[in-house]
Design a protein around this ligand. Structure first.
Ligand code: ADP
Length: 751
């Protein structure tokens, strides 16, 4: 029997050298991440384990005590290796349970070590320690594989999945090596060790650099190589066997036959090789695209595009036509005032988040985009040690886009945007060739993107200017109306004040005349005094209104809130106008006033506000019309009162202005005087005072009307929102937007 120990020793020495070299390479690296430190430990432990395995194999050289003891230590070392491998998997694949596993695995290894040392000193072992150790090793290995498989489903990022695949291949090689050393010595054990060395090399390579080789592509090219080699071998074999077979059949010299077959083989070999190459490529990779043609078509398509959305669509669709990509967008960049960058997504394909994000000036992601004109991968954003330090919002925003790669688009040496593309349907990372194609496409997009952005900017500017114009026009109109109101005030004042004064003067003249010519009877005095009261009251009302209005402006009304009910206050206001309603044949109805819970309010002022609104409703509703007063709760704090008439309505332009002091719709001269006559004029202070009172209670008031139309009489509705408990300060109730109100109303109408 030949001695095998020289082979064992040379194998061990070679492996030891490989380990040592790897150990030194890692040791002298400047920056050491956790996984690199763990790899160093693994290498150290692996050397110990290799020594134990070699000693155990050298039965013919050492005494049995040495080989047996070494053998009993193998499971402990294998366990330690498996634990380290598990920790490496967690660090490498970013599972956050590193600390827990480190503690559990470390404890288990120490227990095993103590047990092994103890039983080595005090034989025979009481426990089946070997089996227990091997069982523990199997459990750890299973957890390791399960974790890796879980990680494979965890991410949609092709590069991360490639990382997991890389790790899985490495782990399988390492685990196979560990398992082999627990088998009896023999060829399997040797093969296992070779596997282990391959695994260790892959491990060091994996931790040394952040970028890993494309596992699937490497496997594919290996497979392609093997397949093509097999076909070539089959061809050569065919020539050899064919030559032998034909020699028996044909009366030709062997050399001539072989030469003829070689020529035939040479002729068919190249076309056959190409065909097979093509077939294998299609079978394995499923790709075959012509980048040049796609790029030519693309530059033609985008040459006239001025719309960002259209550009995004064409760009992503061009990619989708040649690669299996189902989502993509353009991220248009613009510098912020603070020196950061705003990214605004413009969807091209698939549902893409449309909110912009602002990257901080110090953002590492921004630095990476600005400094390197190379594709940025989402994988980098998630897992690169530097980019992981970026703000959470930036990373979360990029994650929400669900893209795989971002290709910078430059225009005149300035970053104009990024072409963002989702993962490939095949689940594989983009190959070098694809990335080259995509980068060229992104570069071609630069000018078109700049044009479209400029055009978009112009469009936005245009819209902004139109809006400003519109606002200016509205402001001008408002000022014009207010200005008219001021001018009108003079005529109103002269009209409103002069009328009662003239009446008073008339009566005093009559009095004087009568007193001078004939004595006044008691009856006459009473009649004239009765007539004087009306203009006097009117004058008094106007002066009170002017004083109230000026008080609202100066320091606000001084209100005293006392317990009250809406129904009683409103009824007081209604009673004020009973005879007017009768005279004008206007029907007034109330709904649900009693449903409103007791309130805290200044009843006198609230009465005044309601009374002013009712007076208007009567004045601007033709005879025979109707007024409806309704109330309903809004929320826990507020309720609403609506006063709706069937009057002439108020144009939209006037709906805000009528709450301004002295503002009256239409020409002053068209108004007739009087408290309740149809279209009777007042001094234009009723609604400003009503608003002052309602707002003084912490409420709000507005009017809605289809418009002004004396023929159709569309009517008006005054909305008054009040808190149950009146308070100083602004209204806390949020008035719904116009569209929502519209919907609510139509829903009510349907009911
Ligand atoms: P006035 O004291 O003149 O009634 P207001 O401030 O109460 O002044 O009202 C201002 C203007 O608002 C009125 O002149 C009138 O043109 C318009 N207005 C108020 N209420 C109504 C209503 N219910 N229907 C139509 N127009 C109204």
């Amino acid at each position: 029997m030949t001695e095998i120990w020289p082979y064992t020793v040379s194998l061990a020495v070679t492996m030891g050298m490989v380990h040592l070299v790897l150990f030194l390479i890692l040791l002298f690296r400047r920056k050491k991440e956790v996984d690199q430190q763990l790899t160093l430990l693994y290498l150290g432990m692996s050397i110990l384990w290799g020594i134990a395995t070699t000693l155990a194999d050298l039965r013919t050289v050492f005494i049995p005590a040495v080989t047996d003891t070494s053998n009993s230590f193998i499971p402990v070392f294998a366990t330690a290796l498996a634990v380290l491998e598990l920790l490496l998997a967690c660090s490498f694949l970013e599972f956050p349970i590193l600390a827990i596993l480190a503690t559990a695995g470390g404890t288990w290894t120490v227990v095993l070590l103590i047990g092994t040392i103890y039983f080595a000193l005090v034989p025979p072992p009481l426990l089946p320690l070997l089996q227990v150790a091997q069982g523990g090793w199997a459990v750890i290995t299973t957890v390791l594989i399960v974790l890796a498989v879980l990680a494979l489903f965890r991410s949609h990022l092709a590069l991360y999945r490639n990382r997991v695949l890389y790790w899985l291949m490495t782990a399988v090689a390492l685990t196979a090596g560990q398992a082999a050393t627990m088998l009896p010595a023999g060829p399997l054990r040797v093969t296992g060790l070779l596997f282990h060395v391959a695994g260790v090399i892959a491990l060091v390579r994996g931790t040394a650099s952040y970028w890993l080789p494309n596992v699937k592509a490497t496997l594919r090219s290996t497979l392609r190589f093997l397949l093509l080699s097999a076909v070539t071998a089959a061809l050569l074999l065919g020539i050899t066997l064919g030559a032998e077979w034909l020699t028996d059949l044909l009366p030709l010299p062997h050399l001539a036959l072989v030469s003829a077959l070689a020529v035939v083989a040479a002729l068919i070999y190249l076309p056959l090789y190409r065909l097979l190459h093509h077939l294998v490529d299609r079978l394995l990779a499923g790709v075959g695209f012509d980048p040049a043609q796609a790029l030519r078509d693309y530059s033609q398509l985008i040459s006239t595009v001025l719309d960002l959305e259209q550009l995004a669509h064409i760009a992503v669709q061009t990619v989708a036509n040649v690669l299996d990509v189902r989502r993509g967008a353009l991220l248009v960049t613009s510098e912020t005032e603070r020196g950061g960058l705003e990214l605004q997504p413009v969807p091209g394909l698939g549902e893409v988040e449309q909110e912009p994000v602002e990257m901080e000036p110090i953002s590492p992601i921004l630095a990476r985009i600005r400094e390197q004109d190379t594709p940025l991968f989402q994988y980098e954003v998630e897992h690169h040690p530097t980019l992981r330090a970026a703000a959470h919002t930036e990373r979360a925003w990029l994650r929400s886009l669900e893209m795989e790669v971002y290709l910078p688009i430059y225009s005149q040496d300035k970053l104009a945007g990024l072409l963002a593309l989702g993962p490939q349907g095949t689940g594989e990372p983009y190959s070098e060739r694809m990335l080259e194609f995509l980068s060229t496409l992104a570069h071609q997009t630069g000018v078109a993107l700049q044009n479209a952005s400029l055009f978009e900017g112009l469009r936005a500017l245009n819209a902004h200017i139109t809006e400003l114009n519109e606002n200016l026009r509205a402001a001008y109109e408002r000022l014009e109306r207010l200005d008219k109101a001021k001018t009108d005030f003079l005529s109103i004042a002269s009209h409103e004040l002069r009328t009662p004064v003239t009446q008073l003067r008339g009566y005093t003249d009559i009095l004087t005349e009568l007193a001078a010519t004939e004595g006044l009877s008691q009856d006459q005095i009473l009649r004239i005094a009765g007539n004087i009261v009306t203009p006097l009251r009117r004058l008094e009302n106007i002066i009170t209104a002017i004083l109230d209005a000026s008080r609202i402006d100066a320091e606000g009304l001084s209100l005293r809130f006392v317990p009250a009910t809406l129904a009683s206050t409103m009824r007081m206001a209604i009673e004020n106008w009973t005879s007017a309603l009768e005279e004008r044949h206007i029907n007034m109805v109330t709904h649900h006033l009693d449903d409103i819970a007791p309130i805290q309010a200044d009843t006198q002022r609230l009465f005044q506000a309601f009374s002013n609104i009712l007076s208007n409703a009567i004045k601007f509703t033709p005879d025979g019309g109707s007024i409806t007063i309704a109330a309903h709760p809004l929320d826990d704090e507020h309720f609403e009162v609506t006063i709706t008439d069937t009057g002439i309505g108020i144009s939209r332009a006037d709906q805000e202005l009528i709450f301004e002091k002295f503002y009256r719709v239409g020409s002053v001269s068209l108004h007739s005087s009087g408290d309740y006559k149809f279209k009777g004029a007042g001094p234009g202070l009723g609604l400003p005072i009503a608003r002052g009172v309602i707002e003084g209670h912490g409420g709000c008031i507005w009017v809605e009307s289809e418009g002004y139309d004396e023929v159709r009489c569309p009517g008006s509705t005054f909305h008054i929102v009040l808190p149950y408990k009146a308070h100083h300060g602004t209204c806390r109730w949020q008035r719904p937007a116009a569209s929502q109100r519209g919907q609510g109303e139509s829903a009510e109408a349907e009911l």
